[in-house]
Structure formats: structure tokens, C-alpha cells
Design a binder for this molecule. Structure first.
Ligand SMILES: *[C@@H]1O[C@H](CO)[C@@H](O)[C@H](O)[C@H]1NC(C)=O
Ligand SMILES: *[C@@H]1O[C@H](CO)[C@@H](O)[C@H](O)[C@H]1NC(C)=O
Ligand SMILES: *[C@@H]1O[C@H](CO)[C@@H](O)[C@H](O)[C@H]1NC(C)=O
Ligand SMILES: *[C@@H]1O[C@H](CO)[C@@H](O)[C@H](O)[C@H]1NC(C)=O
Ligand SMILES: *[C@@H]1O[C@H](CO)[C@@H](O)[C@H](O)[C@H]1NC(C)=O
Ligand SMILES: *[C@@H]1O[C@H](CO)[C@@H](O)[C@H](O)[C@H]1NC(C)=O
Ligand SMILES: *[C@@H]1O[C@H](CO)[C@@H](O)[C@H](O)[C@H]1NC(C)=O
Ligand SMILES: *[C@@H]1O[C@H](CO)[C@@H](O)[C@H](O)[C@H]1NC(C)=O
Ligand SMILES: *[C@@H]1O[C@H](CO)[C@@H](O)[C@H](O)[C@H]1NC(C)=O
Ligand SMILES: *[C@@H]1O[C@H](CO)[C@@H](O)[C@H](O)[C@H]1NC(C)=O
Ligand SMILES: *[C@@H]1O[C@H](CO)[C@@H](O)[C@H](O)[C@H]1NC(C)=O
Length: 342
């Protein structure tokens, strides 16, 4: 541009003259094209800023402000190396927008276990900018990180609540703009934990003095509370059973499918008779009529012939105390009442 225009001597002279208005007017007339170019450049810059910086920022902020709520998690068709994972969730936005978010592959990890190690991937479907929307996922899930999967189950089993983060990169399409903007979807949700099944009761049980054909001398219905939103297909679960610090046998719960709320499971066990009779004569149990505190630790989980270590190891991570009214059963069924030993 500077090549095209070189001020002449007469022009430079006019610059020092005091007729300001005339100078500006002439200047403008001469350089109208330069101003137009500058104006157009500014407009293009502003539009570019909006499209490349503003919209993505607004879109990302919108996604950041959204809340994800997990309504239910179902692990079904559980096998040794894979299962079907279904999640029903809700995404809420403060206001709806005309945008769509592409389907994406998200990962899930425990927020409070460092370093963050994704143990599951989730195929999120395409979602819209509606202020309230239901996102249901159901997918075949290979277990690629057995340790992470087991840790998740263990934490969920033992803690009052756990925080999990779901994260993934995807694109957002804003209505009226052909460009797709990359965004990061990252949400941390708090799930209620199972509190180690605290509050498990036996609404009914009976003892036999001799083992039946399966080798069992104890039968019961066990009511297990599930405080969380999870449904786990476990199958046949066995527990090592302890009484007063001593191993006294194995307890089995059959066909366990743990659902939210109270669950009844058929239970049978072979329990050392001598250990039980001995404990029933000890204080304070003999005074209470025979409610004995058993401790159970998960031993094995077998679902339709497949061992499920990611459940077995979680159930084996801690003891769960269950009060069993064996003394009452003995008295009711066999008329046996034991007194406190001297
Ligand atoms: C799922 O895992 C089981 C073993 O646990 C395996 O036999 C089966 O082939 C797997 N299914 C698929 C689809 O990979
Ligand atoms: C999600 O909702 C659908 C429809 O009500 C239901 O069939 C499905 O079992 C639910 N899945 C979960 C994980 O709760
Ligand atoms: C998703 O699950 C919820 C229940 O959790 C159900 O009401 C809804 O109908 C389901 N939607 C689809 C598309 O399956
Ligand atoms: C959850 O439980 C595990 C195992 O007991 C423990 O190591 C972990 O610190 C707990 N995490 C939270 C967040 O409570
Ligand atoms: C089980 O729950 C009861 C009542 O909520 C509480 O008092 C008790 O401390 C809990 N036990 C454990 C081991 O968390
Ligand atoms: C003992 O309890 C089990 C489980 O509830 C039941 O199936 C069985 O019939 C009971 N046996 C007797 C002798 O009452
Ligand atoms: C899980 O079980 C607990 C204890 O029975 C109950 O208070 C809670 O409402 C249940 N949770 C759901 C989601 O049903
Ligand atoms: C459970 O309790 C028994 C005896 O009280 C103990 O030997 C065992 O190590 C405990 N198991 C766990 C996982 O804490
Ligand atoms: C219970 O049965 C299991 C498996 O049959 C056996 O290993 C164990 O010794 C038995 N325990 C008692 C106390 O009878
Ligand atoms: C569990 O079994 C007990 C005793 O048979 C019964 O009173 C209760 O209603 C059952 N609960 C459920 C959730 O099935
Ligand atoms: C549990 O064990 C019983 C007896 O062995 C068997 O008939 C049943 O199919 C098993 N259930 C599961 C879910 O594996």
C-alpha cells in the first residue's frame, strides 16, 4: 500500500495549515478504502473470535455447568471377563440450548483414588441441549482392568458413598453454525455405598443336629439391605464364617441378585457344632438367649459356572458381622437350652 502512495511536497505543506476540518475530510475521502478494509478486518476478527473462541467457550461452560445424575446401574449377565452394564442417568442444564453433542466414548474412574485410572469405558449416545434429558446406556462390557473393577466394587461395598468421574472428549454442534466444536465432558457423581451390608438380618433360620445330604446343618433366609442404586448379578456366593475369631464353616447364599432396597436370599451353611455350643454357654451370649455374632468374609462367587473374582475379592476385603439367633433355633426346634458356663 505504501508503494502506491507517496505524499507530494504540496501535500506535506498543507499539513501544517490550520484548516483541520478540511484536512480530515480530504483524508477520509482519499483513504476510504483503507478504512473499509480495516472495518471489514475488525468485523471478520470479531466474528472469528465469536466463532472460534466465544462459542466454544460458551459451549464448554454450558457443558461444565450441566449436572449428571446416575439413577441406576445394573451389572447383568456377569461372566469372568465381561458383563452387560446398563446405566440410566439424567443430564440437567440450567436452560436449554439448540445444540447437539456427538456420541462419545467416556471413561469412568474413582475420583478419590490416585492416580486416576479409568477401569471402564462407556458409550454415551448423542445428546441434545435440552434442559432435562434421560441418557440410558446398555452395553456389553469387557473387563480390561480387573484390579480397577475390583477396587470399584470394594469401595462401593465398604464405603458410605463413593465419587466416580465420567469423562470424555466429544464435539458440540451449535445450531446455525456448520463448525463442530471440541468439548470435554467431565462429571463427578456421588454414589451411595453399600455400607458393607450393615443391617443384614435373618428373619428366619433353623438348625439341624445332623448335616443334610448337602452337608449343611443350618438354613435361613437372609435379608440384605442395598442402600445404593446398583443391581449386581452375583450368583452363588460362599463366605468363610467365623465365630469369636475362629473359622467355623462355610455359608452359602444362592442365586444372589442384589437390587436396591431389601433383598431376601436363601442361605445354608455347615457350621461347627462344637464351636456353636461352646459360644452359647459364654457370656454375654448365654444371657441373651443365644444371638451369636458371626463374621462372614466372601470366599467365592460363581455365576452359572463362571467365577467372578471382581465380586469375590470385594466381598473378601472385609468381615461383615451378622447376628444369628442360633440359640433360639435350638430351643424352638430341638428344645435345647444352654446355661452359662461357670
Ligand atoms: C465373555 O467372557 C467369557 C469368559 O468369562 C467368554 O467365554 C466369552 O466368550 C466372553 N464373551 C465375549 C463376547 O467376549
Ligand atoms: C432403564 O430404564 C429402562 C426403561 O424404563 C429399563 O428397561 C431399564 O431396565 C433401566 N435400566 C437400568 C440400568 O435401570
Ligand atoms: C430410561 O430409563 C428411565 C428409567 O430410569 C425410563 O423412564 C426411560 O423410559 C428410559 N428411556 C429409554 C429411552 O429407554
Ligand atoms: C473406600 O473404602 C476403601 C476400602 O476400605 C478405602 O481404602 C477408601 O479410602 C475409601 N474411600 C472413600 C472415599 O471413603
Ligand atoms: C451399622 O448401622 C448402625 C445404625 O445405622 C450403626 O449404629 C452402626 O455403627 C453401623 N455399623 C457399622 C459397622 O457401620
Ligand atoms: C429351614 O429353613 C429353610 C430356609 O428357609 C427352609 O427351606 C426349610 O424348610 C427349613 N427347615 C425346617 C425343618 O424348618
Ligand atoms: C436401599 O436399601 C436401604 C435399606 O433397606 C433403603 O433405605 C434404601 O431406600 C434402598 N435404596 C433404594 C434406592 O431403594
Ligand atoms: C475376619 O475375621 C477373622 C476372625 O475374626 C480374621 O481371622 C480375618 O482375617 C478377618 N478377615 C478380614 C478380611 O478382615
Ligand atoms: C463345610 O463344608 C466345606 C465344603 O464341603 C468343608 O471344606 C468344611 O470343612 C466344612 N466345615 C465344617 C465346619 O463342617
Ligand atoms: C423377606 O422374607 C421375610 C420373611 O419371610 C418377609 O417377611 C419379607 O417380606 C421378605 N422381604 C422381601 C423384600 O421379600
Ligand atoms: C447355584 O447353585 C445351584 C446348585 O449347585 C445351581 O443349581 C444354580 O444354577 C446355581 N446358580 C447360579 C446362578 O449359578
Amino acid at each position: 500500500m505504501s508503494d502506491e502512495y507517496k505524499p507530494t511536497v504540496s501535500e506535506r505543506e498543507t499539513e501544517v495549515q490550520p484548516r483541520k476540518g478540511g484536512k480530515v475530510k480530504r483524508h477520509c475521502l482519499r483513504f476510504w478504502w483503507a478504512y473499509l478494509i480495516a472495518f471489514v478486518c475488525i468485523v471478520i476478527l470479531v466474528v472469528c473470535l465469536i466463532i472460534f473462541v466465544g462459542v466454544p467457550k460458551i459451549a464448554q461452560n454450558k457443558v461444565n455447568d450441566a449436572t449428571l445424575e446416575i439413577d441406576s446401574i445394573v451389572a447383568s449377565n456377569t461372566q469372568s471377563d465381561n458383563f452387560t452394564m446398563s446405566i440410566n442417568s439424567t443430564i440437567r442444564l440450567s436452560s436449554s440450548t439448540s445444540a447437539t453433542i456427538d456420541a462419545f466414548e467416556g471413561v469412568m474412574y474413582l475420583e478419590d483414588y490416585l492416580p486416576h485410572e479409568p477401569f471402564l469405558s462407556l458409550a454415551f449416545p448423542q445428546t441434545t441441549g435440552d434442559s432435562f434429558q434421560v441418557v440410558n446406556i446398555s452395553q456389553f462390557t469387557p473387563i480390561t482392568d480387573m484390579e480397577g473393577m475390583t477396587r470399584f466394587n470394594t469401595w462401593l461395598l465398604l464405603n458410605d458413598s463413593i465419587r466416580v468421574t465420567v469423562e470424555g472428549d466429544t464435539n458440540i454442534h451449535v445450531k446455525g453454525l456448520s463448525r463442530a466444536y471440541p468439548i470435554n465432558f467431565k462429571k463427578t457423581v456421588t454414589l451411595k455405598g453399600l455400607q458393607n451390608f450393615n443391617g443384614t438380618t435373618l428373619p428366619y433360620s433353623n438348625v439341624s443336629l445332623t448335616a443334610d445330604e448337602n452337608g449343611d446343618n443350618f438354613h435361613a433366609i437372609t435379608t440384605v439391605p442395598n442402600r445404593s442404586v446398583v443391581t449386581f448379578e452375583l450368583g452363588n456366593v460362599s463366605f468363610t464364617s467365623y465365630l469369636l475369631g475362629q473359622e467355623v464353616g462355610t455359608t452359602y447364599m444362592d442365586n444372589m441378585v442384589l437390587r436396591p432396597g431389601l433383598n431376601n436370599f436363601t442361605t445354608h451353611a455347615n457350621i461347627s457344632q462344637s464351636a456353636v455350643l461352646n459360644a452359647l454357654q459364654m457370656k454375654p451370649y448365654c444371657d441373651q438367649g443365644g444371638l451369636l455374632p458371626f463374621q462372614l468374609t466372601g470366599k467365592d462367587v460363581v455365576n452359572n459356572g463362571q467365577h467372578l473374582p471382581y465380586y469375590a475379592h470385594a466381598l473378601g476385603a472385609a468381615n461383615q458381622t451378622i447376628d444369628i439367633p442360633i440359640g433360639f433355633d435350638l430351643k424352638r426346634d430341638h428344645g435345647i437350652a444352654l446355661n452359662c458356663k461357670a
